[in-house]
Design a protein around this ligand. Structure first.
Ligand code: AMP
Length: 288
């Protein structure tokens, strides 16, 4: 596996591949890999001739007071895991080369980003769509794989590609979970054993909601009340949002149907903000 740090060298490599008719699958990440990341890399490899993974902890998607400076990092382990997953290039730019002084342009998507994970994190999605645009322009992939764990991010990036005629096919990957249901996340590394128990409140809520829907419940208020009660029953949990929305528009719904997604954001132990989501009716492959 090649490690490339310079954006111009990355583009040169990609152009070389494209000239010989090779397709490139791309997985953007912030590192500290777990089985979720590795699974996205494998999917990119199954669908394409070559795989590029970027590892960049993007400062512009973190708000003040968020965990940018202590975001977990382990380059040696990450490069080992990426190599084992069959990745061809690990692209590891530094902040100066991605955000040289004097940069004045951002990319933002209106109407899908002001609520859910955007409500308490103003600027977060502009940071995401700007860095993804830059990475697409550098890596020149045919396809990019994103996890459905960040459901809103996936919808926002699809909209951005549609609106700006970005010729990269966006592929969604199901949520990868630990055996006990906890959605894998680099931020799980912050959890003590006790807090990890509380973190299970997210996946347990999804199981509860899916079961209630199977039993006939369709009313969002009733479901939201039982989900909130379940989360509140775990120590050191504080609900950021419990939202039932349409999978295309992300607008809230009053009654459950096949297109309804339940998404949760919960702070565990006051600091660790975890997210999870699931369709409630469709026999989706991202079930708990
Ligand atoms: P991150 O490094 O957290 O920015 O994540 C990089 C990519 O991995 C994003 O597309 C995430 O949605 C995806 N991802 C992270 N955790 C999971 C998971 N548990 N299952 C599936 N995809 C994931």
């Amino acid at each position: 596996m090649k490690i490339i740090r310079d954006p111009a060298a990355m583009t040169a490599w990609s152009r070389e591949q494209s000239r010989s008719g090779v397709s490139i699958g791309f997985v953007p990440t912030m590192g500290f890999f777990h089985e979720g990341h590795v699974s996205l890399m494998r999917m990119a490899g199954q669908r394409n001739d070559k795989v590029v993974v970027s590892l960049f902890v993007n400062p512009t998607q973190f708000g003040p007071g968020e965990d940018l400076s202590n975001y977990p990092r382990d380059f040696d382990r990450d490069s080992q895991l990426a190599g084992q997953a069959g990745v061809d290039v690990l692209f590891v730019p530094d902040t100066e080369s991605m955000y040289p002084e004097g940069a004045r342009t951002t990319v933002s998507v209106q109407g899908l980003t002001e609520f859910l994970c955007g409500a308490d994190r103003p600027g977060h999605f502009t940071g995401v769509t700007t860095i993804v645009t830059k990475l697409f322009n550098i890596v020149l992939p045919d396809e990019a794989v994103f996890g459905r764990k960040d459901f809103q991010q996936l919808v926002v990036i699809r909209q951005m590609c549609l609106d700006l005629n970005v010729g990269v096919k966006i592929i969604g990957h199901p949520i990868v979970r630990e055996d006990d249901g906890l959605a894998m996340s680099s931020r799980n590394a912050y959890l003590s054993d006790e807090l990890r128990e509380s973190a299970l409140s997210l996946s347990k809520s999804i199981i509860l909601a899916r079961r209630s829907v199977v039993a006939g419940e369709r009313d969002v208020d009733a479901l939201a009340a039982s989900v909130r009660m379940l989360i509140d029953s775990y120590p050191e949990t504080s609900v950021d949002y419990i939202s039932f929305f349409n999978d295309q528009t992300l607008t809230p719904v009053a009654r459950i149907d096949e297109a309804t997604v339940l998404a949760l954001a919960v702070k565990i132990g006051g600091k660790v903000r975890l997210i999870d989501n699931s369709y409630l009716m469709s026999p989706e492959d991202n079930q708990v």
